[in-house]
Ligand binder design. Structure first.
Ligand code: NAP
Length: 245
């Protein structure tokens, strides 16, 4: 892997992730928010209904290692249904490292779901490791899960600002990593609440089949970002964007 911008030279996922300390930069009313997304050259965010097969092994490594630097990892229900998550940090040494850095052993898994129509047989619910917090509009009772799960119910539409405020003020979350999907990412951007966007550009064209873009839903107006860093490996690009000041 090499860095193309700002200073060209060799780079490694381990070094980048170790130097990255989002938990040092919480806001008063919300955690520091990073989003991690992947797109194809033709702007698609999934293939055969999933994003898992879009990136290389290095992209998966980057995604998994980034999780190690956050108090919480947040996804929308569509992503949990498509990707069927398991324990967020599987490596026991990485969990010990988290504790040494002052983070909880496992990141809090945050799921936003209107309907509470979640794959409760997915490993993240059945493995009994870590903690899950669900924000939902549903009044349906949630099933018993082996993994500890709390449910926060909203009568009104779930506002992403309220979710972020509660994560910060009630759960002490300093930094949250949003792994999508496009609708949840769209709400974060509409709320102007994305501090870092990690965007992988996979060097492939998907064509035909219907598939979302990385951002779905309304943005109030087009938003330009500032490129912070650009890495490359075998044609795959790993960019990090910040808001333009
Ligand atoms: N390329 C990438 O980086 C990437 C990343 C993640 C996912 N994906 C792909 O994106 C696709 C899924 O897209 P998506 O946009 O449906 O995913 P999503 O944003 O994860 O999920 C959307 C769902 O989340 C719930 N939700 C989000 N915001 C809500 C709110 N404010 N209030 C109530 N519920 C809310 C709703 O769930 P209910 O349906 O339960 O009401 C909604 O249908 C999959 O194919 C996945 O593989 C791609």
């Amino acid at each position: 892997m090499r860095r193309l911008f700002p200073e060209p030279g060799p780079a490694s996922v381990d070094k980048i992730v170790t130097a990255y300390r989002p938990f040092d930069h919480p806001r008063e009313d919300r955690p520091f928010v990073a989003a991690n997304m992947i797109t194809t050259l033709d702007g698609r965010a999934s293939v055969r209904g999933r994003s898992k097969d879009l990136g290389s092994d290095l992209d998966s490594e980057f995604l998994l290692k980034l999780r190690r630097r956050f108090d919480a990892v947040m996804v929308g229900a569509g992503t949990i249904r498509a990707e069927r998550y398991g324990r967020l940090v599987r490596d026991a040494r990485a969990r010990a490292e988290r504790e040494r850095a002052g983070l909880s052993r496992d990141p809090l898994a945050v799921i936003v779901s209107g309907e509470l129509n979640l794959p409760f047989d997915a490993p993240i619910f059945t493995e009994g490791a870590g903690r899950i917090l669900v924000f939902t509009n549903s009044e349906e009772p949630a099933p018993e899960t082996a993994t500890s799960m709390s449910v926060r119910r909203f009568d009104e539409a779930i506002s992403i600002d309220t979710v972020l405020l509660q994560l910060r003020s009630e759960h002490g979350i300093r930094a949250v990593l949003c792994e999508g999907g496009p609708h949840l990412f769209g709400q974060l951007e509409a709320a102007d609440a994305v501090d870092d966007l990690f965007l992988t550009v996979s060097p492939e064209l998907i064509g035909g089949e219907p598939s979302p873009r990385i951002l779905e839903g309304a943005l109030v107006e087009p938003r330009r970002k500032r490129l912070e860093e650009l890495l490359e490996n075998e044609g795959e690009l790993f960019a990090r964007y910040r808001p333009r000041q």
